[in-house]
Design a protein around this ligand. Sequence first.
Ligand code: UDP
Length: 382
Amino acid sequence: MAQIKVVTVFGTRPEAIKMAPVCKALAERGEFHSVCCVTGQHRNLLPPILRHYGITPQYDLQIMSHGQTLTDITSRVLLGLDDILKNEAPDLLMCHGDPTTAFAAALAAFYKKIPVGHVEAGLRTYERYSPYPEEMNRSLISRIASLHFAPTAGNRKNLAAEGITDGVYVTGNTVIDAINSTTLPGYVFKTPMLAEILAKDAPVALLTAHRRENYGRPLENICRAVRRIAADFPDMSVVYPVHPGAHVRRTVFPMLEGVKNVYLTEPIDVFELHQLLARCRFVMTDSGGLQEEAPALGKPVLVLRNETERPEAVAAGTVMLVGVEEEPIVRAARALMTDPELYERMSSARNPYGDGHASERITSAVLWHFGLSDQEPRDFAS
Ligand code: UDP
């Protein structure tokens, strides 16, 4: 085999942030012919990330449509990839994590008997509808994939419990590779509002909430809690980049717009977001990626969900699962603001998710798998 042809497929913001370092690592090694395909599931959120990593996708399926359903995404990705995979005939398709784009891409490859490499494999809540549809997506990808790049030893254990032991490599999470290249000392914020908030030298809390299972009542509870926290700590700024989804906006804007120290913004460019993360006091989020990034930067995280597939940071003490009821969220935020010992404990930077070399391990594992290297990659150990 002269070169291994790898088609990488991604479509959402978290996939792009976490796959870009892998694409870059593939492009840098002569043993690979790397072909990048974006599906466009999150059309507007990808270009800055691709630009930063110098990635120009060869294919863009442009599947995004107004009010797209999971069925729309799945069927359009399947149809869109059909000819591409036939024409490219890659040796491997790589997808990431748990979005519907990733599941549909894995399925499209399976239909063509093309092996699949799954980056960020083995995360589980064991609740089929939480997160929805991500838990089912990632479980199904694990059935399909031949190579499983598990961020942690715990993720490998989850796979082993499902009988998946071949082709599993513990690599660390590529989000740590990404954050190492986006957090720059002395960074000057481009967004005037962020520059102004950060210039105040007062505490900032970063808030994101947009998961499907939080639509409606849970998101209303979160907004009520945030109003109370903002009122309790008038010097603090709460920055909330609001996801473009209509279900999120129709709850968040009526409930939080106009609250003096709550700043609702459009999604923030990943570089600004990471700088903000590096400078904030604490994070409230239902996001998966932020649960990995914040501990790496020593920032306490209150997780606005009832369960997490990322127990490592809970065990390390930097992430607290606070659920989606108003009272516990308010209590936990108050505690972080008023109890220096608790804050110190939660912010002592322990990072169970990677050392910034996950992409290298992944490309080395692919070479080993295809017999182009005689060096079996060593597992990442936190
Ligand atoms: N993020 C970003 N801008 C924002 C909010 C989040 O760049 O306004 C980044 C964040 O740093 C993390 C990723 O997007 O890397 C998380 O994406 P999301 O919450 O959509 O997905 P999840 O991680 O839950 O899969």
